[in-house]
Design a protein around this ligand. Structure first.
Ligand SMILES: [Zn+2]
Length: 509
């Protein structure tokens, strides 16, 4: 400080001391301008900082067989990296262990002639058993040609298998019930293997596969509609199927980091998943959410020394196995602890190479799934508006994305906790309209390396990373400084609370 201003301060002090005691003392002082913590945090959270974390995660992937999946060494190293950084940043760090069903296909599966066919003819289902089976194929209650609406109930009821020859390969059609239900019914009827084929309506024709939710005893493959239809029209008397898999219980972890300050009865859980799939190192999915949240966690205490509300950063394990870490965490809470969580923010993919700006549809205004549209728990609409207001203020286009529980916010909204977040896109295809608005390539996936080995540092869009991390920093500050719960809102009070039933990951059926 310069001398001159010191003198000025002294003068001012003298002047105020000279005010007579009879002067009106209740003249309202102009409100002290609040520092713009949001702008400060956005400035502190840098792409350079996030890329530093991403480099660390990419190195971990490279040194550990190209994966950071739960149940592998790459995940343990990721856990230690994140936990160490958070500890150094002054957080109280908890590593929460839990068991989960680990699954891995250890050599390529074969399915008769289809093994030689187009590559996308079939995939193995997650949690398929191992086996080497040669048997007759028996179609089970299939609907061919498919009806307009998804409606096949193939294999959903045990009665569908009346007359099924034990030892045969069951051929069932996707639709109505979870894949696991079809497989359990088939196994109960003595099936030696199960082929699930896609149902056949537009958008339901490929061999995308999915999860059985837990280990099964027989080989389970998922085929395209075309492959399944061919098998059903002319069921082979002997089809050869080979699957080689590991199904075993392994331990994995959530990393939870609590800020030292803030009202714990208004806790904001800021989450991203720490695990990748086995097929790749997951630098966008979800290294981007991880690096963004870690960067925010490190910078937040430098900007906001005393947040009004408590902030908890969560790095979930086993998201890719079916949101298992976040589910375990929410289930481990008492009702009182759940009540203390005012919001869950979730960031799962925020640097997709061919990105669009998506915000979870918390108010249910544009949901197409589930149908009819259902808003998230009360307060999810406010979280959505925090993000949309931010993007609007920056003149950045945005659109909503289904609030269907496909990522780790699912267990939170299932527990009635308001949630929200952003998303830069996964395997879905960018439309021509979107390319006009956001740039990028129409007709290509938002992330062409989704769940693949090429999800590396080269797969990050740094422009997207910058925009999304600023939006996230803004939301964290807004919620950290919010003087009331998200449900303490006059306009909301008029609306009856709704909770959306948690549908689980889309891949279940
Ligand atoms: Zn993800």
């Amino acid at each position: 400080m310069k001398r001159a201003s010191l003198a000025a301060v002294a003068c001012a002090l003298l002047a105020s001391a000279a005010v007579p005691a009879t002067a009106p003392a209740n003249k309202p002082k102009p409100p002290k301008p609040q520092p713009d913590y949001s702008a400060q945090l956005q400035k502190a959270v840098t792409v350079t900082g996030m890329v530093r974390h991403e480099r660390a995660l990419a190195n971990i992937g490279e040194r550990n067989g190209g994966t950071r999946a739960s149940g592998t060494a790459g995940f343990l190293k990721s856990r230690d990296y994140v936990a160490g950084r958070l500890q150094d940043a002054g957080y109280a760090v908890t590593v929460q262990p839990f068991d989960f069903p680990f699954f891995q296909e250890t050599s390529p599966s074969t399915l008769g002639d289809f093994t030689e066919g187009p590559q996308d003819d079939f995939t193995i289902m997650q949690y398929s058993g191992s086996g080497d089976v040669t048997a007759a194929v028996e179609p089970v209650d299939v609907t061919l040609p498919p009806t307009a609406e998804p409606s096949s109930t193939s294999g959903c009821e045990p009665e569908d298998f009346a007359g099924f020859t034990a030892g045969d390969i069951a051929l069932v059609q996707r639709g109505t019930c979870d894949f696991a239900v079809k497989v359990d019914n088939a196994v109960a009827a003595g099936a030696s293997a199960v082929i699930i084929f896609n149902e056949g309506q537009p958008g339901r024709t490929d061999s995308q596969g999915g999860t059985l939710g837990g280990p099964k005893d027989v080989p389970v493959l998922f085929t395209s509609f075309a492959a399944g239809d061919a098998l059903a029209q002319d069921p082979p008397a002997a089809l050869h199927i080979v699957t080689t898999t590991i199904n075993e219980t392994r331990e994995t972890y959530n990393v939870i980091a609590d800020s030292k300050k803030g009202d714990t009865s208004r806790t904001v859980v800021v989450g991203s998943h720490l695990d990748s799939v086995l097929e790749g190192p997951g630098i966008n999915d979800d290294g981007s959410g991880t690096a963004q949240d870690l960067e925010i966690a490190e910078e937040l205490p430098t900007v906001l020394k005393k947040p009004k509300n408590h902030i908890r950063f969560a790095f979930w394990g086993a998201e890719e196995s079916g949101l298992l870490g976040s589910t375990h965490y929410v289930e481990s809470l008492t009702q009182e602890q759940k009540d203390d969580i005012m919001a869950n923010l979730n960031f799962d993919m925020v640097a997709s190479p061919n990105y669009v700006r998506m915000v979870y549809d918390g108010d249910g205004s544009d949901n197409t799934s589930p149908s009819p549209p259902t808003p998230g728990p009360v307060g999810s609409d406010i979280i959505e508006s925090i993000f949309t207001t931010y993007f609007d203020g920056r003149g950045l286009a945005h659109q909503s994305t289904a609030f269907d529980g496909r990522s780790d916010y699912g267990p939170f909204i299932d527990a009635g906790i308001p949630a929200g977040g952003t998303f830069s896109g996964a395997e879905e295809i960018k439309t021509a309209e979107e390319a006009q608005i956001y740039g990028g390539t129409a007709g290509a996936a938002y992330d062409p390396c989704y769940h693949q080995a090429c999800d590396t540092l080269a797969n990050l869009n740094l422009q997207a990373f910058d925009e999304f991390s600023d939006a996230a920093a803004d939301a964290v500050v807004k919620l950290a400084q919010r003087p009331t719960d998200l449900t303490d809102n006059e306009t909301l009070a008029k609306r009856a609370p709704t909770t959306m039933p948690f549908k689980g990951p889309e891949a279940l059926r």
